[in-house]
Design a protein around this ligand. Structure first.
Ligand code: ZN
Length: 623
């Protein structure tokens, strides 16, 4: 018993020692655990964040836009942006205080520090996404930030491609053959801004719609023109690379094997010839408002398309400049070529002429209508001829050359509204041209070709006096410069082309159901308009090329008349058809014809080799 007791006592003692040892060991473990979890937590946190892998977006190069000869009209060039990674930067400043780092940064980028903090708290961004603080900064600002980069954790200089306009930004990028055209070019706007369009910061509604397609809240997107319409083809796909960053925000390594390279956007080639476009834009005086459309009459390829006044596509980056453009009463942002609607005036007299000739009402050289005495009474109203002294006895040929209104009043009444409308509709007035940059782009205006039913519906009755206005291209009739250029092409060739700006588009043509002889007659009269003595279009003459044309002066109840001129050349083998309008320009022959002439001159100087020209040229007998 005692033995047993003694034995038991020893065992209990041993067990207690063992328990003590275990408790001691657990104690150490507990303390260690405590130290690990609580005391060293902060240290470990810092260590684990010291080097992190960060994705960095690589922007894709946007597709270039070239002219018909491959000359680059729009490219990409580096733009320096100052951006901030908010958590890194904000960790180093006192919350809510505009002093220290924040104040210094504000001074360098010239932004109030309240604005900076506001920007950094933007709710749309991801945690480590850089926030753009200032775009397009100059090199001096870049240098200051670069020199002090260790003082500004989280502040970065990002290089972003920006749209460039090489013909204007670096004239040497274009062949020296055209260097004489480069003078003063840098002061002007890039070519064809209404057609090319521009890119700008994605807005909130676009972003929420497009973020699933990989857009970021500070991306740029095509806002207008070709840039907008072909956004999907030109934007490309962004890439991503990964960098190792230490706790101070410095890049300490990279993971090149993980890089997903960007895919550049698709280039676009246009049918525009930049040299002709340039000449056409500069043929307009700075103060002029208006439009010019030049096209290849057989194919419908647009050679030049001008809307004045213009604007600089980069103005969208400057809110004040952009605001001014939007409120400018001369509407510089309006694409007049596609959306401007004007009465076509006397350039429409060929419609009445074609109708009368095709219907056999008269022949071009017949004196079948009453002489012009400077005006004529119809109903209870006197309708005047622009020639107040009267044009005298006159036939169709002379009436078009002199643009006699009284002759066309009488002829219009003979043709009648229904026939007049039928012939005008053959040239698709009042219809969309379906130019390739309109329907999914910024759109185009339809113009207005009124018929008998239109007047009945609108005014309750048809009055014969309306015909007198319509036959001289006035009244309620409206057309866009593009429609008028297409009509001029059809007069040149007998075929109505579908205009297009993107190279390779197949627009197709429509044959006019008009006798060839009639078209030929009208063409021969249009040669006289420019080339006969006293022809109203004489200011469009060229020394060794025969130009055919027609002037127009559209009455404008709101001010000075609008000046029109249409032309095609060479008359016997047309390669270019042009429509020009100068708003409030006055007489078409005086103001618009010289603009067409300068454009034609540039076209034949640059776009058609001399040798080819003389071979194909038909020297016309007209004096
Ligand atoms: Zn007259």
């Amino acid at each position: 018993m005692q033995n047993d007791f003694t034995h038991n006592g020893i065992r209990t003692h041993r067990a207690r020692i063992l328990l003590g040892v275990i408790a001691f060991l657990f104690g150490i473990l507990g303390i260690r655990l405590y130290m690990l979890q609580i005391a060293e937590w902060e240290q470990y946190r810092i260590k684990s964040e010291k080097n992190t892998m960060q994705p960095v977006i690589i922007q894709a190069n946007r597709g270039l836009i070239r002219d018909r000869n491959g000359i680059i009209l729009v490219d990409n060039r580096p733009s320096y942006n100052i951006s901030v990674i908010p958590p890194r930067f904000l960790a180093n400043i006192e919350e809510g205080k505009c002093n220290g780092l924040l104040e210094r940064l504000g001074q360098i980028v010239d932004i109030p520090c309240e604005t900076i903090t506001k920007k950094l708290q933007s709710p749309n961004r991801y945690f480590y996404d850089p926030v753009n603080l200032k775009l397009d900064v100059d090199f001096e600002t870049v240098s200051i930030i670069e020199e002090n980069r260790y003082d500004f954790p989280g502040v970065e200089i990002q290089i972003e491609p920006r749209r460039g306009y090489p013909i204007f930004d670096t004239p040497s990028a274009v062949s020296t053959e055209f260097s004489h055209m480069q003078h003063n070019v840098s002061k002007s706007f890039p070519l064809a801004p209404h057609t090319l369009g521009y890119i700008g910061l994605i807005n909130a509604s676009q972003y929420s719609r497009l973020k699933a397609e990989g857009y970021r809240y500070d991306d740029r997107i095509g806002k207008r023109g070709i840039e907008r319409m072909f956004e999907d083809r030109m934007r490309g796909h962004k890439g991503v690379r990964y960098i190792e960053v230490n706790a101070k925000g410095r890049e300490v390594g990279s993971f090149p094997e993980k890089t997903d390279p960007p895919i550049p956007g698709e280039d676009l080639s246009l049918t525009i010839d930049w040299r002709v476009q340039h000449a056409a834009e500069h043929a307009f005086a700075d103060s002029m408002r208006g439009s010019l459309v030049a096209m290849h009459p057989q194919s419908g390829e647009i050679i030049a398309i001008v809307s004045k006044p213009g604007f600089h596509p980069r103005s969208i980056r400057d809110p004040k400049a952009w605001q001014l453009l939007q409120t400018d009463p001369s509407k510089p942002l309006l694409n007049r070529s596609l959306k401007g609607e004007y009465p076509p005036a006397s350039v429409f007299k060929m419609i009445t002429s074609i109708a009368a000739l095709d219907m056999g009402i008269l022949k071009a050289n017949q004196y079948r209508l009453r002489p012009c005495t400077g005006g004529m009474v119809f109903g209870n109203r006197r309708f005047r001829c622009h020639n107040k002294r009267g044009c005298g006895p006159i036939n169709l040929r002379q009436a078009l050359v002199k643009s006699c209104d009284v002759f066309f009043y009488q002829l219009g009444l003979r043709v009648g509204i229904d026939n007049w409308h039928r012939y005008a509709a053959m040239f698709k007035f009042g219809e969309l041209t379906n130019i390739d940059i309109a329907s999914e782009g910024d759109g185009e205006a339809r113009g207005l070709l009124p018929d008998h039913a239109y007047y009945k519906q609108r005014h309750g009755f048809w009055a014969g006096g309306n015909m007198l206005n319509l036959t001289i291209g006035q009244g309620e009739l409206l057309a866009t410069p593009l429609q008028v250029a297409r009509y001029t092409s059809a007069l040149a060739t007998g075929q109505l082309p579908t205009p297009h700006v993107i190279k390779g588009t197949q627009g197709g043509t429509t044959s006019l159901p008009i006798s060839k002889a009639v078209i030929e007659t009208v063409r021969s009269i249009m040669i006289d308009v420019v080339n006969s003595p006293g022809g109203t279009g004489h200011r469009a003459r060229l020394p060794d090329i025969v130009v055919a044309g027609k002037t127009g002066t559209a009455q404008n109840p709101h001010g000075e008349d609008h000046a029109w001129f249409v032309a095609y050349a060479p008359a016997e083998n047309p390669r270019i058809a042009i429509a020009v309008i100068v708003e409030n320009g006055g007489g078409g022959g005086r103001v618009a014809a010289p603009i067409a002439q300068k454009t034609l001159e540039a076209y034949f100087e640059h776009a058609v080799p001399k040798q080819k020209r003389t071979n194909e040229l038909f020297v016309v007998n007209n004096p």
